[in-house]
Design a protein around this ligand. Structure first.
Ligand SMILES: C[S@@+](CC[C@H](N)C(=O)[O-])C[C@H]1O[C@@H](n2cnc3c(N)ncnc32)[C@H](O)[C@@H]1O
Length: 295
């Protein structure tokens, strides 16, 4: 069971060793299920790829291998712990074509029109009102013909079997916490195509896959965020005690299983679309966000 203190005001997840293992397991599943779509987007030898909101860098080694020889991968995240973990991973794995730096997904400071592919994974669900702005900024960093690839969960479509009800309660409470404190959109996954379109990109791919986790090893991100939830009034000491026991019982049950859905969508910037005009703080449904003027 991870020992957690979610002390970031910006983000509720903390990077225990267990969390990092969870990120890497998700990244391996993504590479298996989404790899062909990444290639269609241009994650191929020689490509310049940005992983925006890279977290602890779980996907970086795979991207680095796919763009070799000749390509490069840049990881950006606002969380200094995540950046340090990702940089250490890149160094340990001797990924000479990877650089990681701290920065905001709405204002990276990177050159416009400079990436072949930009990936944003498991970031927008937490972004609330910032989601459209993040997608619009990413679109502005694509070269004409470049591709923006979004992947995110639908938290309302997670399914369970043989899982202790206390653990389900932890997940439900975490969802309430994210919605109330971050304005999270838990069902953002199926809407990713709309975000791409609102940023002026041509949507050419949508997919969805379930990751099957058996047995359920721990309370995952909700457990890691338990202290932040308690501080915000979403959990008592009794709740945390109940959740810990429920997690242990579930982990000990070889039949316990959780099915976690990831949705993805890809959009391409038009070859002759001029520059991307990013309009700040607009919602995806509204006109103009990251609009690319017609040729
Ligand atoms: C759930 S993690 C996903 C990490 C990685 N993309 C993955 O799928 O393994 C979300 C990451 O997004 C980062 N993030 C969220 N909002 C951000 C923003 N506005 N600017 C930069 N990073 C952000 C968080 O710090 C966190 O590391």
């Amino acid at each position: 069971m991870p020992k957690g203190l979610a002390d970031s005001e910006e983000y509720a997840l903390r990077l225990s060793a267990e969390e990092i293992r969870r990120y890497r397991s998700k990244a391996e599943h993504a590479a298996r299920t989404e790899g062909a779509a990444w290639a269609d987007c241009g994650v191929n030898p020689g490509a310049r790829v940005l992983d925006l909101g890279c977290g602890p860098g779980a996907i970086l080694p795979d991207l680095a291998a796919r763009v070799s020889p000749g390509g490069l991968v840049v990881g950006i995240d606002q969380d200094p712990d995540a950046v340090a973990t990702a940089a250490a991973l890149a160094q340990e794995a001797r990924l000479a074509n990877v650089s990681v730096r701290q920065g905001s997904a709405t204002r990276t400071g990177l050159d416009p029109d400079s990436f072949d592919v930009i990936m944003i994974r498991n970031v927008l669900v937490h972004a609330g009102q910032q989601a459209g702005k993040i997608v619009g900024h990413a679109a502005s960093l694509l070269r004409p013909g470049g591709c923006l690839y979004l992947a995110d969960i639908d938290g309302t479509a997670v399914r369970w079997d043989a899982v202790d009800s206390g653990l389900v309660d932890l997940y439900r409470r975490f969802e309430d916490f994210l919605v109330a404190t971050r304005g999270a959109d838990l069902s953002i996954g199926p809407k990713l195509g709309s975000y791409l379109r609102a940023a002026g990109l041509d949507v050419f791919m949508r997919q969805a896959f379930y990751q099957v986790v058996n047995p359920v090893p721990d309370g995952g991100a909700p457990w890691a965020a338990r202290d932040a939830m308690a501080q915000a009034g979403f959990a008592s000491a009794d709740d945390v005690d109940l959740w810990e026991k429920a997690s242990s019982r579930t982990a000990a049950n070889p039949d316990s299983v959780v099915f976690v859905p990831t949705f993805s969508a890809a959009g391409r910037r038009r070859e002759h679309g001029g520059t991307v005009e990013v309009i700040e703080d607009t919602e995806p449904a509204s006109a103009g966000q990251g609009r690319i003027p017609s040729p």
